[in-house]
Design a protein around this ligand. Structure first.
Ligand code: ZN
Ligand code: ZN
Length: 399
């Protein structure tokens, strides 16, 4: 296999590009400057692309020799996310965010740049039989940008037989990588429970139906759903993050509002929590002459469940690149969520981690105002994607 890694990876240019994105973070579906920069980088490499899929999304296609848009051959997708978070950066360095209240605190600036690095290596040597689709998606952070691109025909316009993604991972030292077969990230659903009673004077509770003790009882009992109801080896989380009710110490309010999130690795435990939310809320409310209405907020993410063959293949490429002792092919899943799970519902593939290290800042993880993508990963990530694509075409040729 010709890895074409000898082709100079313009590492200084990639680093400058990544830091420029870091300085100019954009929120979900507003990644227009970012998309312009990505498009310009690809255009300079002579790589054709389609823009505007899912608002700001881009699909760039690198054809192997004798392949073209009309005759793509086997096709593999590599996905990077482009969006930042609504967060005020506290880093003192020169490339800190210049956009007030916006920050690349999840390292998507790095994901995008690693894939551009791979584009250089792949375009420099087309000695492979097939097509690589580079998928730059908007709105991973709560906007389901992956879903938006799919709804606009991502995999119909650019059919892929496999799709892969990486996330930078601060819990792993830089230079290490990880993946697993099966769920690697959790499904996320947000819920709201509205408890309705009947308000009145705080000194005359017997003339009211007080929703506050009912809401407190519901929150307390919801804690038994995970601890008593789900398999301890099938991890699940139910967190109530907000309770709102009342305006004054001497008024019993009409209603109380409870908001929270459920995280699950499997469909079965998600269904159990969804059913349990309704069962516990409605019965506790009924016991106190109140009502409880449970609603699921739109925009939940499915779990990110790696397909066996593709996850094993991704693990092999990791072992090849960083060595057996630094490639972890059976990492524990994380309870965070990721919209790449939508892609894995439609196309076989896998999602892995590239160690970001704590960078001498213990406790500073993803979504922390002191976070930063580790630039040492630009070359490693670019080489990984280049190698993965070329290896994947070899597996297709052997079929
Ligand atoms: Zn994130
Ligand atoms: Zn992220």
């Amino acid at each position: 296999m010709n890895l074409a890694e000898g082709a100079a990876l313009r590492i200084n240019q990639l680093t400058a590009f990544r830091r420029d994105l870091h300085m100019h973070p954009e929120l979900k579906y507003e990644e227009s400057r970012t998309a312009d920069k990505v498009a310009a980088y690809l255009a300079a490499l002579g790589i054709p692309m389609v823009r505007g899929l899912g608002a700001t999304g881009i699909v760039a296609s690198i054809h192997g020799k004798d392949r073209s848009a009309g005759n793509p051959g086997p096709a593999v997708g590599i996905r990077a996310d482009m969006d930042a978070l609504p967060l005020q950066e506290i880093n003192p360095f020169a490339h800190a965010s210049r956009n007030e209240g916006r920050m690349h605190a999840c390292g998507h600036d790095g994901h995008t740049t690693m894939v551009l690095g791979a584009a250089e290596l792949l375009a420099a040597n087309r000695d492979f039989d097939g097509t690589v689709h580079l998928i730059f998606q908007p709105a991973e952070e709560g906007g389901a940008g992956a879903r938006a691109m799919m709804d606009e025909g991502l995999f119909e316009k650019f059919p892929c037989q496999a799709v892969f993604a990486l996330h930078n991972w601060p819990a792993l030292p830089q230079g290490q990588m990880g993946v697993r077969v099966g769920p690697i990230m959790a499904a996320a659903r947000m819920f709201e429970i509205v408890v309705r009673g009947r308000g009145g004077h705080a000194a005359l509770p017997h003339t009211t139906i007080d929703p506050i003790p009912v809401a407190c009882a519901i929150v307390g009992q919801l804690q038994t759903l995970v601890s008593r109801g789900t398999d301890p080896l099938d991890a699940a989380v139910l967190t109530v993050g907000s309770i709102q009710s009342g305006t004054s110490a001497n008024i019993i309010p009409d209603e109380a509002r409870i908001q929270g999130t459920c995280r699950n690795l499997t469909e079965a435990s998600q269904q159990f929590l969804m059913d349990g939310l309704r069962r516990i809320s409605s019965h506790i409310a009924e016991a106190h002459f109140a009502t409880a209405e449970v609603s699921l907020k739109p925009g939940g993410y499915p779990n990110t469940s790696n397909h066996r063959k593709e996850a094993q293949f991704m693990g092999e490429v990791m072992r090849e690149l960083v060595g057996d002792d630094k490639a972890h092919t059976d990492v524990l899943p994380a309870m965070t969520a990721e919209d790449f799970g939508f892609m894995l519902q439609e196309v076989p593939g896998a999602y892995g981690w590239i160690g970001n290290g704590a960078g001498g800042k213990p406790g500073v993880g993803l979504h922390n105002p002191g976070y930063d993508f580790n630039d040492d990963n630009l070359a490693l990530g670019a080489r990984f994607w280049n190698r993965l694509a070329r290896r994947w075409f070899e597996t297709q040729a052997q079929r």
